[in-house]
Design a binder for this molecule. Structure first.
Ligand code: BT5
Length: 337
């Protein structure tokens, strides 16, 4: 009997369920049920025992893996398997190890706390415990390595859509992998792939989202540049609901990619991005360029119009938004080369 078996029954009952009904359904003793209930209450559930009647679920912890599993049972690919850790070095690192062991596509690794959360280029993702979301998803897309950036684009579309639906915040995407509210970073995406010459053999998309951090919870290194949903909206969120919404959006956008190719995703990314139409400064290795961000090409590269009017493709780098130049649809072209 898993924890989620009992939680699932209590959610589905939405009322009082007797100990013997639970025991019979799960093929265990009533004493075993009682023990599990005690354990779940220690894990942050509030399950009331009503004498001579049974048990009732009053409250779940704000990140409940059991509820997540229940909610993800109807997706097509993502979240069929969800692994949860209190503390881990990095969900991406573990996901990569699991990919090597042939874990199936759609497996989600989620942690309350990361001791070595990773950003791009060896940077750190600061991961304070119990307030945020840190998760990685294993994908095995049938795409060329040159197209792998689409996975970051589609993950940022999924996160942005989910957060806009669930909260009243105006999150947008900053190329290539940042989720922003205004000029503060709410979250980031780290896509790592293994590929041979002509096929991606696996990809791991890692998502870090600041959810319930209060102003004083931010590590000082990022206090000036980062934000959280709670800080922006005043809303204390149930992290389960955001996680489920993000993963369901990811499932749906991933199916769109596999079915229709990249076009719809690029269009949606352009709609949700705050980079296009901006005067930007791009730092890429030792090179710094300034120009107007006019679009992305089919491989997810940022297209910059330089002061001499030439177009430059940027495949990797960090973007600083300087000021809005134009926000009309002329800049929202998906097929620039
Ligand atoms: C990213 O890198 O933005 C990718 C972040 C991906 C994190 C997830 S968490 C789950 C999974 N497991 C992992 O180990 N990683 C992924 P980059 O664009 O390089 O941005 C890194 C920079 O963001 C840092 O140098 C800081 O300036 C800033 N930063 C670090 N922690 C932050 C936080 N919690 N909130 C906002 N900004 C942060």
């Amino acid at each position: 009997m898993n924890n989620e078996d009992i939680v699932k029954l209590l959610i589905e009952t939405n009322g009082i369920l007797s100990g013997s009904d639970i025991a019979n359904t799960l093929g265990v003793t009533r004493a075993a049920v009682w023990k599990k209930i005690k354990l779940l209450n220690k894990k942050g559930y509030q399950i009331e025992a009503i004498p001579a009647r049974g048990y009732r679920l009053i409250k779940s912890p704000d990140l409940s893996i059991e509820e997540m599993k229940h909610a993800m049972s109807e997706t097509s690919t993502i979240g069929k398997e969800i692994l949860f850790f209190e503390t881990i070095d990095s969900t991406n690192l573990l996901a990569i190890r699991l990919c090597e062991k042939d874990y199936p596509e759609g497996t989600v690794i989620i942690a309350e706390h990361q001791t070595n959360g990773k950003g791009r280029l060896g940077r750190k993702w600061l991961s304070p415990p119990r307030k945020n979301l840190y998760m990685s998803i294993i994908l095995r897309p049938n795409i060329y390595p040159k197209d792998a950036a689409i996975l970051t684009l589609l993950t940022s579309v999924a996160c942005t859509t989910a957060i806009r639906k669930m909260t009243n915040t105006r999150v947008s995407i900053k190329w290539p992998n940042d989720l922003m509210i205004g000029n503060k970073k709410l979250g980031g995406i780290l896509t790592e792939i293994k590929a041979d010459m002509d096929r991606v053999s696996y990809a791991v998309v890692g998502i870090g989202l600041n959810i319930n951090l209060d102003s004083m919870d931010f590590p000082k290194e990022i206090r000036e540049i980062a934000t959280s949903i709670k800080k922006e909206s005043g809303q204390q969120m149930k992290r389960t609901e955001i996680a489920v919404s993000v993963l369901k959006e990811l499932d749906s956008w991933y199916s769109t990619l596999m079915r229709e190719g990249k076009k719809t995703i690029i269009e949606e990314w352009l709609r949700l991005s705050s980079t296009i139409g901006m005067d930007v400064r791009v730092t890429s290795g030792n090179t710094i360029l300034e120009g107007i961000a006019v679009g992305i090409n089919e491989e997810g590269m940022l297209m910059i119009r330089l002061p001499d009017n030439s177009l430059k493709r940027i495949c990797a780098g960090d973007v600083q938004h300087l000021r809005m130049i134009r926000k009309d649809d002329n800049y929202k072209q998906s097929s620039l080369h």
